[in-house]
Write a protein that binds this ligand. Structure first.
Ligand code: FE
Length: 236
């Protein structure tokens, strides 16, 4: 039965890929709006868009400036909290152990608490295991440590493909893993949010915690990127 005129399989049969074997059982008890059935804009999105349109039409706001502001929170301010968590773990073995044992408490000890971060789990990348975080149902994301989720994180293709073909997704982000490295995909839920503890870059041995934090990118804490090398950080 040919129902698809555009040829893509948008959410056909709830294709969320729940068979991917890390059984936390999405039970649709997320306490926030889901946009995974049909319309991409919820009531709040529509109100925001309407307001933005009116304000821009009257010349009160510049949409480009608004985008720049949002980008600042997405990529600069928000993820710096997570970067400090990672830098502390890289430089303090006891904190690292605490983070891996009880991420919520370890992260809260640095002052990063709040909504969407009540139950944190940190997963550590190693030479043999690489972790990748997704929310297959919507856009669950650890706000207190990473800020607002980037647009691609909320997109249907990322949500579906991160589970089905994580290596292809990683390659598109420029991450090429050796064959022997196992990729583990973590599906966020309303209850649990994940922070990837990336591998400490080579050549970073003498750096201070603050210098280490400058190497930690947002993407590396989602698992779709690697931290910067000291040389990359110096030239950026
Ligand atoms: Fe979600």
């Amino acid at each position: 039965m040919a129902t698809s005129k555009s040829g893509h399989d948008h959410d056909a049969g709830h294709g969320h890929g729940h068979e991917h074997g890390h059984g936390h059982g999405h039970d649709h008890e997320h306490d926030h709006d889901h946009d995974h059935e049909g319309s991409e804009l919820g009531p709040m999105d529509l109100r925001v868009r309407a307001l933005e349109t009116v304000l821009a039409g009257k010349g009160y706001i510049d949409p480009a400036a608004l985008d720049a502001l949002i980008d600042t929170y997405q990529t600069r301010i928000g993820p710096r909290n997570g970067a400090r968590v990672v830098a502390r773990a890289w430089s303090d073995a006891a904190f690292r152990a605490w983070l891996l044992r009880d991420a919520t408490a370890a992260i809260a000890s640095l002052g990063y608490t709040g909504r969407q971060g009540e139950h944190m789990v940190a997963v550590e990348n190693t030479e043999t295991t690489h972790h990748l975080v997704v929310c297959t149902l919507c856009s669950c994301y650890p706000w207190p440590v990473l800020g607002l989720p980037p647009t691609w994180y909320k997109s249907a293709p990322y949500r579906a493909r991160a589970v089905r073909e994580p290596r292809s997704v990683l390659a598109e982000f420029g991450v090429y893993l050796p064959e022997h490295t196992q990729v583990r995909v973590w599906d966020s839920t309303a209850e649990v949010r994940y922070l990837v503890l990336p591998r400490r870059p080579a050549g970073s041995e003498g750096l201070s915690e603050e210098q280490l934090a400058a190497l930690v990118t947002r993407d590396s804490m989602i698992g779709v990127g690697e931290p910067l090398s000291p040389a990359q950080a110096a030239s950026s």
